[in-house]
Write a protein that binds this ligand. Structure first.
Ligand code: ADP
Ligand code: MG
Length: 467
């Protein structure tokens, strides 16, 4: 370690500890044992043996502690809990960043045979992976701002799936209609590719229709191999422009994993609205989130509050949420030369249905409509707080008028209940987490005066109405 880096680590951690002592009266060796790790992008200070009750207090001090650490105003410390200790991550200035490389993963024997993607290293340089062999691992959602490293991460997943298994066991389908596949050109001759990289909308529709049929076919024959990995970069562009994508993807996510199909989707916009359906989002259970611009965006991307993803530094700095928990990792950077080492073969193509067939297929395959789809908290909240006619509600929510009517009826039920129980104010726990594990509408029902919580301005006249 260079002496300036050493000095930075020493000074920054000492300062944070002094900050904790002076501002919160939390002292080393009285309230915790300190342990420090110098990792690729951050200096991680673990407070071992600390009482978790300190966590909210320390979280509330993010800004002052950032100042204590002497960071530039572009960087923020990130505060988290790993089950045993509180972790305070102090971002290192970029001049002290250490790259995480494919070569390092190779040298440490972190790469694994099988349908396992090793992505990079965690806070203690341990390997971080997505293991598609586990029954719980189905579909992956990668989100983050531009340049957070989504495409690199997706390429790395594809690279692992081609490097670690034979083409007979894993097939890749790569979609990039927004950028016409320019970041994927090196994959063109990779032996695992089931079809050339899909860069045009019409072709994307035909491949999606093929996938829908393939899942039905596999279902009929109880076939689960080869595994099919559907990697879609810049998902929003596809959803926005293709009339079929949202519906197909929702169904592929719901039923595909059972028959060996996995979605790996990358987007800057992980909100349900942008993904086209709540159903799709629910089934994207493995989440990777790079730098985002707010705590809300982080909660939306990971389905968890208070992860601190808004304090990540971009360029491959990610949080991984899987069934074991939430982990910080630095993703390795994949270069063209790594892709060149993969097994290559002549490009092959799927026998795709025609565009007409693809569009017809949607009618035939669409899910039975007799069971109404669930209402979303956001929808009910709008009906509750901004009274309006059915048509306007339908328009604002982008839903049909039958569904808008159900939304209104549900909201009216809540309102009646509130009145019958003597509440004079309805309040929404704002912002509505779109993606918590619990279902239903999250509302708070304060019964006292102005000071508790806050009003949503647009809702105010309406709420006075019912008081
Ligand atoms: N894991 C990484 N390590 C180092 N640099 C990275 C990493 N991932 C991305 N970058 C840098 O960030 C830039 C943007 O990455 P990219 O994957 O294209 O982001 P996104 O798809 O989120 O816009 C890349 O050109 C690269 O320079
Ligand atoms: Mg990208």
């Amino acid at each position: 370690m260079s002496s300036t880096l050493k000095q930075f680590c020493y000074t920054a951690s000492q300062r944070v500890m002094t900050g904790l002592a002076q501002e919160l009266q939390i002292y080393p060796n009285v309230h915790y044992r300190p342990a420090g790790y110098n990792t690729a992008r951050v200096l991680s200070l673990r407070l071992v043996g600390v009482n978790p009750h300190f966590l909210p207090k320390i979280r509330g001090m993010q800004l002052p502690l950032t100042m204590w650490a002497g960071l530039s105003d572009k960087q923020r410390i990130r505060i988290g809990w790993d089950g045993q200790g509180i972790i305070i991550e102090i971002p290192k200035p970029p001049c002290f960043w250490q790259p995480v490389t494919i070569e390092q993963l190779e040298q440490r024997h972190y790469l694994r045979r099988g349908i396992i993607a090793t992505l990079g290293m965690g806070l203690q340089d341990e390997p971080r992976r997505i293991n598609f062999q586990e029954a719980t691992t189905a579909h992956v959602l990668i989100s983050g701002l531009t340049r957070s490293g989504k495409t690199n991460t997706q390429r790395l997943i594809a690279w692992n799936l081609a490097r670690n298994v034979d083409p007979g066991q894993s097939r890749l389908l790569i979609f990039d209609v927004a950028k016409q596949g320019h970041r994927w050109s090196d994959f063109a001759q990779v032996a695992h590719l089931a079809h050339p990289v899909i860069t045009h909308l019409e072709e994307a529709d035909r491949v999606l229709a093929w996938l829908a049929r393939e899942v039905l076919r596999r279902g009929a024959q109880s076939q689960t191999s080869p595994r099919l990995f559907v990697l879609i970069d810049e998902l929003k562009a596809l959803i926005d422009d293709s009339p079929l994508a949202a519906d197909h993807l929702a169904r592929l996510a719901a039923t595909g994993a059972e028959f060996g199909l996995h979605l790996v989707l990358a987007t800057q916009y992980p909100q349900i609205k942008m993904l086209g359906s709540a159903e799709l989002k629910r089934n994207l259970s493995i989440r990777l989130c790079g730098k985002v611009d707010s705590a809300d965006a982080a909660a939306n991307a990971l389905g968890l509050p208070d992860t601190g993803a808004e304090s990540l530094q971009g360029y491959g700095d990610f949080l991984l949420r899987d069934f074991n928990g939430l982990f910080r990792l630095t993703v390795a950077r994949l270069e063209r030369r790594h892709v060149e080492h993969l097994p290559h073969s002549e490009a092959r193509s799927l026998d795709l249905p025609s565009l007409e067939e693809a569009h017809e297929g949607v009618q035939d395959l669409s899910r039975p409509r007799n069971e109404p789809d669930p209402l979303e908290p956001e929808q009910v909240a709008l009906a509750l707080f901004e009274p309006m006619g059915i048509n306007r509600l339908a328009y604002q929510l982008g839903i049909g008028s039958t569904k808008a009517k159900r939304v209104q009826q549900f909201a009216a039920g809540i309102r009646r209940w509130a009145l019958a129980n003597g509440f004079t104010r309805l309040e929404l726990d704002d912002p509505v987490p779109e993606d918590t594990d619990s279902k239903g509408v999250i509302l708070r029902w304060p019964d006292n005066g102005q000071d508790s919580g806050r009003f949503i301005p647009a809702a105010q006249p309406y709420l006075e109405d019912i008081s």
